[in-house]
Design a protein around this ligand. Sequence first.
Ligand code: ZN
Ligand code: ZN
Ligand code: ZN
Ligand code: ZN
Ligand code: ZN
Ligand code: ZN
Length: 455
Amino acid sequence: MDDALLKFVWKFFKNLGATLSMRNEILTASNIPEKFEKFFGKKSPYKFTVDESLATDEVEFLEKGSYTLKAISSYLEGSGETTLLKIDFKCDPESEVKKRIDLKNSTIVKLSQKKRNNIFFRYTFHTSFQYLNEREKLINEVYIHDNKRINGDLNDYPVSEGSKSEIDIPDMKESYFVAKEDLKVQLDNKTREVANKLNTALELEIRRVEAHFETEERELKYLLEKAKERFEETVREGDQVKISRQAKVIDSIKEKLNPEERLNDKERSILIEKTKHGLNVNNKLFNTTLIYHPIYTYDFYVKNEHMKTNFEVAYDPLTKSLQKIPCSICHEDVREIYFCSNGHLACRKCMVACKSCGKEHCKKCLKIHCELCDALICDSCKVRCIGCGKLMCKSHTTQDKLSRRHYCNTCLTKCERCASLKIGSDFRRSRKTGVKVCEDCYRKEIQEKIVRNLD
Ligand SMILES: [Zn+2]
Ligand SMILES: [Zn+2]
Ligand SMILES: [Zn+2]
Ligand SMILES: [Zn+2]
Ligand SMILES: [Zn+2]
Ligand SMILES: [Zn+2]
């Protein structure tokens, strides 16, 4: 049974978009495009088998050289068309997207969908290997996406006829070039395999030719010896007619043994074998299929108590996956999405809380280190000491009531009388104790004295 033939026919009709079924060793092809039916001269469905005992008027027996195979070959040679196919996914992209992301500190305000198409190509090549008396046919498919070869198979997808109005057909030159190169690689093994087979067969043939010539030479030499013996006998018998006949026999054998002639003959025979064992590979582009399917893209509008922003998420129903959502800090793909108070999208690792207010920020927004305790603090929590100029956490500073200015605790002096931290340069020496005290305590002391004097 020749399964390769059946496979070839199957692939051919599959490429035409036919409906195929295989039952009890019989392949049925229906829904054949009219163009092929006209070419073939018969309306579908067609039935084929590679088991001769199953062949009937209805079921054609497939064998090398059969009508169908010849028709397919000539059809392939005459085509080279572009087909548009669309993959229709039955899915609810919105819920698929929502299922795949996790908004950690924000809620969705609004979603808006945009649709664009992902396009790839399938190039179908028809290759024939011609050698000896064989003609092997192969159909190879190469799938190209973004000018790169991809592993593809449309069998598992719901495909329907596409429409030119739905897509902008891109330039295919580069992708065709890539496909052709890939085909060469795909055919390389086969070519090498056939070439090896041919080389082995050729070597055998050459050896056969050489052996043939050697045997022939041995036989001729033997005949020559015999003829010479016969010649001597005839000389002894003295019959002139017989002598001259025998001399002619010897001449003709000698002529056949001429080494130059023999070498020429042998080389000619070898050359004929070499030509016979040549390999002729013929590639033809049978069909270009542009396949497209939607990529669902959503603008997510989100908010939390600190911010409002939007970001894009794209869902590819072919791969059933989201396209990358990059963290704005480390650029890695994020599924657990955080937003800093400035609206930056970030991953868990790239989020930090301000030591002072506890608000979540991304690492880009939280860069200030307190010069005293080294903790990260946000912009609104940082305080610059008017005395030493250092930036620090609010908790290390005190605001002066009068001037409203901030001083760090080291830049302030502790008043021994009231124990509060005050600006050291404002201290006055107490008349009572001789120690420097804060302005407030000093004023109080003076007021008390006045009161006492009044009494
Ligand atoms: Zn990150
Ligand atoms: Zn803060
Ligand atoms: Zn940020
Ligand atoms: Zn200070
Ligand atoms: Zn601090
Ligand atoms: Zn005081």
